[in-house]
Design a protein around this ligand. Structure first.
Ligand code: ATP
Length: 446
């Protein structure tokens, strides 16, 4: 019989990382073989109280040693996993005690936003709880009710909010998944600048085509390095877990303390829903609609435009950090039909649909002004009557609204576009993983 252990909300932006805590848990529990890979499960990216990427962690044990394979090195020992459970019967109460002592040793309790929880359950709670936690806002009481149904035990600290993530992390069925190998720094280097050759990171995708989101070549940014002072050196994402250790060695860098391969829901779009009713704040959607305003760029380089959908009109936003994605957005025009992936968040004046990806399906008619109009009464060229006031004939004072237009060709291609790799959400399925999703690749306008 196997047991599921979940843990969440132990870290802070100033240090620690719940994935590191999981490696310590593996070291201290002392089980030689895990059942399957440990899991790094990303949840609703829109919750207002997350510290970073809203990640929760889980593992299952024990696994059968005769079918075990290596998935990491922690504390100077190899870590193994097997897809076959062992016949051993673990003591759930003892596991909760051991896991709690690891949390008490490592969690950043002094951070007011750190509210840890550990759950230990002899059965997997209903998968519906994972789907709710990745797409909606969930109450702690719902997590406790799910654990009760699964005969699970839990311990929480401070406001105990971590119980939502810890329970969701053991509820995930991993039907659709990717993997990430994470390397951890030697303790004496924590907080110092990370020593990893950018050139090796830049070559990763070519050398290991099953890896993704490694390097942003346009902005020369190594996406595998975290930006916080946490114990992680780097994390390489990919669809083939067998190749990730090799990719890890290829990148190299400063000497590491430990490494571990995780199964994750990153790059699955699990957070996205095709709405069947009016979209709500703090949820992520795939909207289909028609561009209804000319995009405008505001101070700071953020670009906004409106789309009209069957659920009403939405203000779409592509922020500065989305980089060259904004060049596509700036060239949209009223009448273009699009599919837009993103999240509905509050803005200073109106709600905003913050874009993650966009597919251009068809182009509306584009027109550009080629000259001022000719007066219909006297045949002379008309002059501007002022901003947004149309045109006026200086001779006979006739007025008209429109200049002379010509049809313009779009300066963008149809197809799928995503924000710059460095600005992508963990859950967002990158375009390179969408080949089987019946997506159109960029093509010139017809
Ligand atoms: P990480 O640093 O690992 O990327 P994070 O620090 O951004 O993640 P957490 O520290 O895990 O995020 O904090 C998020 C908190 O929100 C946790 O307490 C978690 O239980 C809770 N939470 C996660 N998803 C939901 C949800 N859908 N509804 C309500 N609470 C949630």
């Amino acid at each position: 019989m196997n047991v599921f252990i979940g843990v969440d909300d132990t870290d802070s932006t100033k240090g620690m990382c719940t994935t590191y805590l999981l490696t310590e848990l593996i070291r201290e529990l002392g089980y030689p073989v895990l059942l399957g890979y440990p899991r790094l499960v990303r949840l609703n990216p829109n919750i207002p109280w997350k510290t970073r990427g809203n990640g929760a962690l889980s593992l299952s044990l024990p696994g059968d040693s005769s079918t075990a394979f290596k998935i990491g090195e922690v504390g100077g020992r190899d870590v193994f996993a097997s897809f076959t459970p062992s016949q051993e019967l673990p003591d759930t109460a003892a596991l909760l005690e051991s896991a709690s002592s690891v949390v008490e040793r490592l969690a950043v309790f002094e951070d007011e936003n750190t509210n840890p929880a550990v759950v230990v359950s002899p059965s997997r709670p209903d998968a519906g709880f994972y789907w709710k936690a990745v797409r909606e806002l969930v109450d702690r009481s719902e997590a406790k009710a799910e654990l009760l149904k699964a005969n699970g035990l839990y311990r929480t600290w401070k406001n105990g909010r971590g119980i939502v993530g810890a329970t969701a992390a053991i509820s995930w069925l991993a039907a659709e998944k990717t993997f990430e190998v994470i390397t951890y720094r030697k303790k004496e280097n924590w907080g110092t600048s990370r020593k990893v050759e950018a050139s090796a990171v830049a070559e990763l995708s070519a050398k290991f085509p099953s890896t993704f989101n490694n390097y942003d070549a346009v902005n020369r940014h190594s996406c595998i390095l975290p930006s916080s002072p946490c114990p992680v050196l780097f994390g390489i994402r990919g669809t083939d877990p067998a190749l990730l250790p090799e990719a890890m060695r290829y990148v190299g860098g400063e000497p590491i303390d430990r490494w571990l391969t995780f199964e994750t829901n990153q790059g699955t779009d699990d957070h996205i829903v095709e709405p069947d009713r009016k979209p709500e704040l703090f949820h992520s959607y795939l909207l289909r609609g028609t561009v209804s305003s000319t995009p405008r760029t505001l101070r700071g380089g953020h670009v906004f435009f409106s789309i009209s959908t069957e659920f009403g009109s939405f203000t779409c936003a592509a922020f500065e950090e989305t980089k060259e994605f904004r060049n596509v957005i700036k060239n949209l025009a009223p009448g273009d039909t699009i599919r837009a992936w993103g999240s509905l968040k509050p803005g200073p004046s109106v709600e905003r649909f913050n874009l993650e990806k966009l597919e251009i399906l068809s182009f509306g008619n584009r027109k550009i002004k080629i000259s001022n109009p000719t007066c219909q009464s006297c045949g002379r060229k008309m002059k501007s009557a002022g901003r947004r006031s149309g045109y006026r004939c200086r001779t006979c004072h006739t007025k008209t609204a429109e200049p002379v237009y010509a049809t313009a060709h779009p300066q963008i291609m149809k197809g799928l576009f995503a924000v710059a790799a460095g600005a992508r959400r963990h859950l967002t399925r990158p375009p390179e993983l969408m080949a089987g999703d019946n997506m159109s690749s960029p093509e010139p306008p017809s």
